[in-house]
Design a protein around this ligand. Sequence first.
Ligand SMILES: *Cc1c(COP(=O)(O)O)cnc(C)c1O
Length: 402
Amino acid sequence: MYLDNSATTQVSKEVFEEMKPYFMEEFGNPSTLYKYGRESKKALDLARQRVADALNAKPEEIIFTSGGSESDNMALKGIAFKYLNQGKHIITTEIEHPAIKDTLKFLEGFDFKVTYLPVYENGIIKVEDLEEAITDDTILITIMHGNNEIGTIQPIEEIGKIAREKGIIFHTDAVQTFGKIEVDVEKLNVDLLSLSSHKINGPKGVGAIYIKKGVRLIPLIHGGGQEKGIRSGTENVPGIVGFGKACELAANQLEEHQEKLSSIRDELIDKVLSTIPEAHVNGDMENRLPNLVNFRFKAIEGESLILLLDAKDYQASTGSACSSNKLEASPVLTALGLDPVDVHGSLRISLAPESDKFDVDEFVDTVAQSVSRLREMSPLWNQDLDYDGVMCKKHGDDCRMC
Ligand SMILES: *Cc1c(COP(=O)(O)O)cnc(C)c1O
């Protein structure tokens, strides 16, 4: 049972079927004038229309990229280098995706100053903090819509209003919210918005950035002038076609999926909290993605839990895929102000529409057994064990756990 849909999703059958002709039959370069090229161009236009429709944007405001990371890089570097003569201050949060965080670190090397807003225990910024952080030098605000590790949703609409009033460009990374909750660029008051295809049952290596009409930026990739000169390079036609289809499907089924996912999520939360002692949910209980929950179990290592669950054929993660192979504490959970010990015992479950086939009771039983097995071995849990001395008081001389 695959429970890591925030890391990536399976390409849906409809998406795959839509892509197929563009590998062999319709292989033309969209920039050419003859029939093959025109067919590819038509396919790009349709995909662009589908992405735009799903966002309530205009097709000319959609630029295709290689994915969420590129869109984030394009927004931040593109705006920073365009407006550096007007100011060098950027505002963000402490819990952004590495594609934002590391890009901002890179910009700090070019003398940009970055303010990282705190998110407090619920994982959400305070709008007052943002208002206080704005200076005459602020050129860009970048705040993610839904968090990929804990699923909390930021007040983007309100942030956007403030940015508009102050005349500051506002970008949001909507990779996790798109296809899960309504993402309407008009309502959200955003200037730039990042999307990725493989988080919504589309293919990997493709995504888009919404750039509001009139907003200008410096391109990252120079060359043949594709995508209005903002993103050169021959377009990934099959990928874009698949992404367009995935957007159409996601938009058509948004409400149905939202209801289904949040009801499984709530059942999961209820069962875990009522059967496992010292279990908590990380982040706000109300403002969260319908498909994602991040639990915290006292006195265990999340990585060990993942391996035990994997042995029972459940694929989940401790946090984001990007940091799960580094054994450092999650910066997102650390930003919630949790005890460093508690930060390690996390389990992220991210559902997909097809998750209704999954038996929540059976899963929670497995988690409960795994957690208690790990706690039996945990020096932080079992107070009977004396770890200062050489000998284990509970198991005696031949204890092999201690
Ligand atoms: C997955 C993800 C990205 C990166 O998208 P890619 O298409 O994998 O580059 C960016 N931001 C968030 C919030 C994500 O979850």
